[in-house]
Ligand binder design. Structure first.
Ligand SMILES: Nc1nc2c(ncn2[C@@H]2O[C@H](COP(=O)(O)OP(=O)(O)OP(=O)(O)O)[C@@H](O)[C@H]2O)c(=O)[nH]1
Ligand SMILES: [Mg+2]
Length: 317
């Protein structure tokens, strides 16, 4: 398969951003399409915090997916940190200049959080002609297929969606709707030559992906217990012989948060380290030695300089 096997006149190339409220499955869908974990996922809302590209290339198209943080209301006090504003802005600005916007909801239907995200989208696409496709995800969770028609009817009253496509991003079944979605997306893309090398699957460095794999384990293992203001900074990323040496600081804001991350007798941190190391070995295709340190840094989620240091600025550039 080669990006250059279709002629220049018929090859399609374009950008597709995926937006929606937290936890609907945006990152899961992107990973499913690319066939590799590029963007971390968990059952905890607000897992994604950065804009991440996932590049799909086949014989007749290259689609660059933009995975975004879930758009969320900052009305709740706990969501009023500078970090919340920064990540919401990341999601909304990622709509700028793309060929297609995919707005995602889950099959259990619309709630206030979906409406809030749709309003933010509406403001962002207001005067542009960018087509917006509604993706209804988690179809496997729908109690009966009979519930789909009313959901489609309800959805079309809320926005002038160019298409409505039901999928199940988690499934690997032939009829999970993802292939159909890819065909639909291609119809909305311009004829153009590929913009990226055909083996490139993301714009992010291994160093970034490793910090995310550590944060994924924090989200997955600690779930709701995980203090919101937790971040990972890689302090060492060095190959010595056949072994990749990785050290990372896990930033929290309070001693009590540090205790949660470390767990009784250090058990939580140990498990987080073991799983993250295994995932990093898979990503880097080699042996990894990993050390994690938990550091208390009060107020970092409201401190622009700290946020910049953790990579929250580049998304806004
Ligand atoms: N049953 C089912 N679960 C799914 C499906 N897609 C995603 N999930 C689950 O939904 C949860 C959230 O998935 P994510 O991909 O992290 O969601 P997200 O929209 O990227 O969330 P944020 O990054 O927080 O905005 C995870 O536990 C996924 O395994 C699906 O098609 N079916
Ligand atoms: Mg995500």
């Amino acid at each position: 398969m080669s990006a250059s096997s279709a002629s220049n006149e018929t090859f399609k190339f374009g950008f597709v951003t995926i937006v929606g409220k937290p936890n609907v499955g945006k990152s899961t869908l992107m990973n499913r399409i690319i066939g590799q974990k590029i963007s971390i996922t968990s059952h905890r809302p607000q897992t994604t915090r950065h804009r991440i590209l996932g590049i799909h290339t086949d014989a007749d198209k290259q689609i660059v997916f933009v995975d975004t943080p879930g758009i969320h209301s900052v009305r709740k006090k706990s969501n009023r940190r500078t970090m919340n504003k920064v990540i919401n802005k990341t999601a909304v600005t990622s709509i700028d200049g793309v060929d297609v916007v995919c707005f995602m909801i889950a099959a259990n239907g619309w709630n206030d959080a979906d409406v809030h995200a749709l309003n933010a989208l509406n403001m962002a696409v207001k005067d542009s002609k960018t087509p917006v496709i509604l993706i209804i995800n988690k179809m496997d969770k729908l109690s009966s297929i009979n519930a789909l028609l009313p959901l489609i009817a309800d959805s079309s009253t809320r926005f002038d969606f160019a298409e409505i496509v039901p999928v199940s991003a988690l499934g690997q079944r032939k009829d999970d709707g993802v292939d159909h979605l890819m065909e639909i997306l291609a119809n909305y893309l311009p004829n153009d030559v590929a913009g990226f090398d055909e083996d490139q699957i993301t714009d992010r460095s291994f160093r970034f992906l490793v910090s995310e794999l550590i944060r994924e384990q924090l989200c997955r293992r600690l779930g709701d217990e995980l203090p919101y203001a937790t971040a990972v900074q890689i302090t060492q990323f060095e190959k010595r012989g056949a072994i990749q040496h990785i050290s990372a600081d896990i930033w929290v804001e309070k001693d009590s948060h540090k205790a949660i991350v470390i767990g009784k007798g250090g058990e939580s941190l140990k498990q987080i380290g073991t799983s993250a190391r295994r995932n990093c070995e898979e990503l880097l295709e080699g042996k990894v030695f990993m050390e994690l340190f938990v550091k208390v840094r009060s107020g970092w989620a409201d401190n622009t300089r700290d946020l910049n240091q953790l990579g929250y600025d580049e998304d806004l550039a």
